[in-house]
Design a protein around this ligand. Structure first.
Ligand SMILES: NC(=O)c1ccc[n+]([C@@H]2O[C@H](COP(=O)([O-])OP(=O)(O)OC[C@H]3O[C@@H](n4cnc5c(N)ncnc54)[C@H](OP(=O)(O)O)[C@@H]3O)[C@@H](O)[C@H]2O)c1
Ligand SMILES: *[C@@H]1O[C@H](CO)[C@@H](O)[C@H](O)[C@H]1NC(C)=O
Length: 362
């Protein structure tokens, strides 16, 4: 009898898990069956995780897919695997290290010389560090790779995208964007930058959301559209930098509760191919649906400021960073204000973001 009860309990637990997995964890699948024959796609960081699954899907649809990666060995292994699974031999590797603006420029030059077309650019690569490093150009690692590298890359490829309309840019962001306010002093390379790898990552993801917003504003009327994406909480190598003890806990939790990379790629795929979402250009998607972002991530004035600031940081604008301009930028530092109030007898936490003045000159 105990045996029967045990079996029933285990069966119940397994069914509950399967129910939760398919309804909440696995996520929504992209429904489009659009073919990408004759189209060219770039996926950055496509040798593993969400990027590899995204590239695999693009290859299945018949696209020519460029895997833009920093490690030749890892990327070539992925190229072989994707070719084998899809029988599409139009899958190629091109070297790109987003931690170096020089490498970004070299990639763009090679790509523009050798590839006549570009229809879909997927800015997928993402760096999350525990120990804070700096990029070749002196940016903190997360912001440098995730935002500035992709910012320059997109700008250098924009003309080609405009020649191949309708075309799209997909930017991998993350829900962590909510956890920080935009602080220009932490983006610049002359300042000490971030003190914490997680904040650096979250900050870069806020930049990604604002970047997609401003890019779509600038592209209005061109038929090039862009979208930012939260892929879900996905079991990839993004956690590989955590220490051994954290990994020990995280590995089983991730295996059970996180989305698999194929599920994590669905919203990127949706934003790359789904017809009829063009009117949502500049917006943020998760689970293949458009979502509202918090107020400080949809402020057009801040998004424009970030764009102009980034242009100067990556050397796209030859205007020097005038101290007044810098000071002006610092006016857009956001601080979160929390207060609690009683409404109808319940205590409610009120959150709002306010801009505060911040002078780098003290
Ligand atoms: N996993 C999640 O739960 C989650 C949640 C929210 C958002 N995201 C976002 O989704 C995107 C994909 O993440 P993932 O989970 O698939 O991560 P992942 O498994 O760690 O893959 C990241 C990819 O980015 C590449 N990369 C890192 N630094 C690079 C550089 N300097 N130049 C070029 N490529 C570089 C990596 O290349 P190497 O293999 O050579 O390092 C790898 O191919 C990221 O933008 C991430 O922020 C993920
Ligand atoms: C954008 O697409 C529409 C609808 O296909 C077309 O009428 C228009 O001419 C296009 N505009 C540009 C700038 O390509």
């Amino acid at each position: 009898e105990i045996m029967v009860a045990l079996i029933v309990a285990v069966a119940a637990a397994v069914s509950v898990y399967i129910f939760i997995y398919y309804n909440f964890l696995k996520g929504v699948k992209c429904k489009s069956d659009v073919s990408l024959n004759g189209r060219t796609v770039i996926v950055t960081g496509a040798n593993t995780g969400i990027g590899k699954e995204t590239a695999l899907d693009m290859a299945r649809r018949g696209a020519r897919v460029v895997l833009a990666c920093r490690s030749k060995d890892r990327a070539e292994a992925a190229v072989l695997d994707i070719r084998r699974k899809t029988s599409n031999n139009q899958v190629v590797f091109m070297h790109l290290d987003l931690a170096s603006l020089k490498s970004v420029r070299a990639f763009a030059e090679t790509f523009l010389k050798s590839e006549p077309q570009l229809h879909i650019l997927i800015n997928n690569a993402g760096k999350r560090c525990v120990k804070l490093g700096k990029t070749e150009d002196g940016f903190s690692m997360g912001v440098g790779v995730n935002h500035f590298g992709h910012f320059l890359l997109t700008n250098l490829l924009l003309e080609r995208l405009k020649q191949c309309v309708p075309s799209r840019v997909v930017v991998l962001a993350s829900e962590t964007y909510r956890m920080v306010g935009l602080d220009f002093s932490k983006l610049s390379r002359t300042e000490p930058g971030h003190t914490n790898g997680f904040l650096d990552y979250a900050h870069s993801k806020l930049c990604n959301v604002l970047f997609a917003r401003e890019l779509s504003n600038r592209l209005e009327g061109t038929n090039v559209t862009c979208y930012s994406v939260h892929p879900g909480v996905v079991n990839t190598e993004v956690f590989r930098h955590l220490n051994r003890w954290l990994m020990l806990i995280l590995v089983p939790v991730a295996a059970l509760l996180f989305r698999d990379p194929e599920g994590g790629a669905q919203t990127s795929i949706h934003c790359a191919v789904q017809e009829g979402i063009e009117r949502f250009s500049g917006r943020y998607f998760s689970d293949c649906r458009v979502r509202e972002v918090v107020a400080h991530a949809r402020d057009d004035a801040v998004a424009r400021k970030l764009w102009e600031f980034s242009e100067r940081m990556v050397g796209l604008s030859n205007k020097a960073i005038h101290p007044v301009m810098l000071l002006d930028s610092f006016l857009f530092v956001y601080k979160e204000e929390k207060s609690s109030r009683k409404i109808d007898g319940n205590r409610v936490i009120m959150q709002r973001f306010v801009s505060v003045k911040f002078s780098p000159l003290g």
